[in-house]
Design a protein around this ligand. Structure first.
Ligand code: XMP
Length: 512
């Protein structure tokens, strides 16, 4: 049986990935595609519905995205959200107007006709709006099923067809429908069989990996992060000892990282992990380098050199596994040719083409929350799965200026104290990313009877959904005082602890 899927046509909304996540939460597979995708579609039998996303463009003076008949030839339910609704109305002879002011923020929706899409909701609903153009008239073949207090048309349905348009954003949590609108579309209108479950994803991926790899060997760079760990776990389950993981210690990792990786994989029978201590080489190449981008480049290049040397020792390798996940695919596929918000890609290096290996990316279709669920199901400890993200260049972007082993050692100790205390006080899981930053400046302190000069360290902890914007975490003062005292008492070389309270933007999460 072919896997059912819903297509999301991306017109550049900042919320497109959210729509996808909401559909997946309804145990239904979906893909984000470009508007041109439908033109080349050959096989349509497994598509059970199409969502047209919002977007920053206007349908009024621009015909670029006008809907063509390919979409309706599929004969599946369609849900147009915001810009998507305007496209549907335009296609079927509606009238659109450019408003003098945007309708932005909360609005009260009056539902006139519930049908399947508003099933289970009360007659009035708080929704989230964000649009400039409005639909002011629709042709006879439409039914107006909801409007807002300013009388604008907020939801329509094409008569006798499962084609819907809604002007607000059901995918954001500010629309207080408890997820019902998207769930109704997926389950009651598209009639999903709800087969996108963690167990099914694992079965499907294992069979895909086996078919692809056959009897060849695969190598994977294991970093201790979630994505590479879950990739290793699923590959190990699929091809067992045909997989070799390479763990490179670059001297810029957190305290006891290697032991943690060992511990996390100890129940994976006979998993092959090569541990390479290349910290001296990394430190040597970083000597005297202070410019952040140069540091990143050197680390990326050195990683490739070390990885390549190690890979040469393994026979019959044809495949390189990578922990690419779905948001990376969407962002780099320029499916967001219109997107106004683009996350910069930080990945260290990338491996060179000369290695002549084919890529295998077992998590390519998955969002981060799905990757985490997969990891737990495959038996990886939750302490690893729920760890905060850690940048590829590691502590190098948390030591301002030149990187030295002595600084990295200090930072590792201090960071460990901070993170341990966050766990003790049950704060770790409320924070998206927390760490310490080392400043190579000296400040005076008093130890015993004498004066001392030590370095300055900053605590950084942020809350964020997408890492593109972030807010500082609001700590109780007592906690901060306790961390500061503990770090200064226990980590030689630190005389002062500060707290970074900047938001992103204008600051970034890392300090370099
Ligand atoms: P910024 O500092 O850009 O960080 O606000 C956003 C997220 O990206 C991570 N980050 C990196 N990750 N290589 C990585 O793999 C890098 O060079 C890099 N720089 C920042 C950062 O930790 C945060 O999660």
């Amino acid at each position: 049986m072919q896997e059912q899927k819903i297509l999301i046509i991306d017109y550049g909304s900042q919320y497109t990935q959210l729509i996808a996540r909401r559909i997946r939460e309804n145990k239904t597979y979906c893909e984000v595609v470009t508007p041109a995708y439908l033109n080349n579609l050959k096989d349509s039998e497994n598509i059970i519905g199409v969502v047209l996303s919002g977007g920053p463009n206007s349908t009024i003076n621009d015909n670029k995205h006008d809907l063509n008949d390919h979409l309706f030839e599929l004969d599946v339910p369609v849900l147009g959200i915001c810009f998507g609704m305007q496209l549907i109305c335009k296609k079927f002879g509606g009238v659109l107007e450019q408003s003098s002011s945007r309708e932005y923020g909360k609005a009260k929706l009056d539902i006139h006709s519930k049908g399947k899409i508003f099933d289970g909701l009360s007659d009035s609903l708080e929704v989230w709006m964000s649009h400039g153009d409005s639909v002011t008239e629709v042709s006879d073949n439409f039914k107006i099923i909801a409007s807002t207090n300013n009388k604008s048309l907020s939801a329509i349905k094409v008569n006798n067809k499962e084609i819907y348009g809604i002007q607000f954003h059901p995918e954001v949590t500010h629309t207080l429908d408890d997820g019902k609108i998207i769930s109704n579309f997926v389950n009651k209108i598209c009639n999903s069989r709800s087969q996108w479950t963690t167990k099914n994803i694992i079965i499907k991926q294992i069979s895909k990996i086996k078919n692809k790899v056959g009897g060849d060997n695969v190598i994977l760079g294991l970093s201790g992060g979630v994505d590479s760990s879950v990739s290793a776990a699923i590959l190990h389950k699929a091809i067992s000892n045909q997989l070799t993981c390479i763990f490179v210690d670059n001297g810029l990792l957190r305290l006891n990282e290697r032991d943690q990786v060992k511990e996390s994989f100890k129940d994976f029978e006979k998993i092959k992990i090569h541990y390479v201590d290349a910290s001296k080489l990394f430190m040597k190449r970083l000597e005297g380098i202070t410019e952040p981008e140069e540091k990143r480049k050197i680390i990326g290049k050195t990683f490739v050199d070390v990885f390549q040397d190690e890979a040469k020792k393994i026979e019959n390798v044809k495949w390189l596994a990578q922990g690419t996940i779905y948001p990376d695919v969407i962002e780099s596929a320029a499916s967001s040719e219109n997107a106004h918000l683009i996350k910069s890609h930080h990945n260290v290096g990338g491996l060179p083409k000369e290695m002549n290996l084919d890529l295998i990316e077992p998590l390519r279709e998955l969002f981060k929350d799905e990757v985490r669920k997969l990891g737990i199901e495959l038996g990886i400890k939750s302490t690893l799965i729920n760890r905060h993200p850690f940048p590829g260049p590691g502590l190098a972007v948390r030591i301002l200026g030149e990187v030295k082993k002595e600084y990295a050692d200090i930072l590792r100790e201090a960071d460990n104290i901070f993170i341990k205390m966050l766990h003790e006080y049950n704060m770790y899981n409320k924070i998206s990313q927390a760490f310490t930053v080392f400043m190579p400046i000296k400040s005076v302190g008093v130890t015993g009877d004498g004066r001392s000069y030590g370095n300055v360290l900053s605590l950084r902890a942020v809350k964020t959904i997408d890492f593109m914007t972030a807010k500082p975490f609001d700590f109780p003062f007592d906690f901060l005082e306790e961390v500061s005292t503990k770090i200064i008492n226990e980590v030689p070389g630190i005389s002062r602890v500060c707290l970074d309270i900047s938001s992103k933007p204008p600051a970034t999460i890392e300090w370099e």
